[in-house]
Design a protein around this ligand. Sequence first.
Ligand SMILES: [Zn+2]
Length: 302
Amino acid sequence: MEEIKEFSLIYLKLQKNIAKILFSNKPGKSQKILLMSITAKQKADKWAEKYVPIKFNKAAKKAQKKLTRLREKKKRNINKEKIIKSRINIIKDRVTFIHNSIMFFVNEYIAINEKTNGFVVANIQNFYREPVKFRKTVLGAEVKKEVRAGLTIFDRYTKTGFLYRATLSRGEIQRNIKKLLIRKFGDIDFIAITTRSGKIRRYQLKTYTEMLARTEMSYIQNRAIKVTCQEWENDLVIILPGFSKCTSGICDNYAGQIFSLSGRSKTYPVLDVEFPLHPNCVHGMSPTTQEGIAADKEREAA
Ligand SMILES: [Zn+2]
């Protein structure tokens, strides 16, 4: 979906620009990156303000259409603005979290770089001259622990350094390594999330932002369908099977099944969870009625 790409692109661009600044020798890196990250944050906030209402209204309209087709009638009004606004605010909180995660990494990285006499960029020349000595001093045990985040880059950089050493001039090596660093900057796991079980999971910016956008869009759609059902006092919903199976398997008991929103139904179990059940969940829902279910069964039998 376009809007998911759009959200992710804000951060892919930011990441590229951060890398350019981070691996340059110019002063005031942290300040420049901070300003860039704030601009990205504003863009991401605007994204939420734009797409949350669009997705909500679209899904609500679709649900209304289906209910009309099932000959149901709208019975009351619910304040949807409030629901939309509160979800926009939740996304804005996540955006702030992304911003903080990036800045934490950047500042830590700059600090490490300073501590190790210009860990990556400034030492490319020294490394070139005395690779073994440089490796020993920079990658001493104490530093090693601290450069966790930068280490992946460093490993690639040293390997590439050796690789290029025989055939290229020093200037060419420097340029190539810088290019490589900028490109490989995307592999860094900026985002650390504590899961419900207390484990820490790390995500690349691209993975995380795509996941966030997709999950939020799915959430807001399902929320719109639920609210529409409440407005029409329609109790039954079907959890759509989705195009693929969710890898975690926790959705298997819901996919393709009919549920009662209120729990008043004697035939169908209450829907006691909120979809999406987990990040990247493929399941949405759709309103249905006894009549609708009967019609579906007939169609299937025919
Ligand atoms: Zn799922």
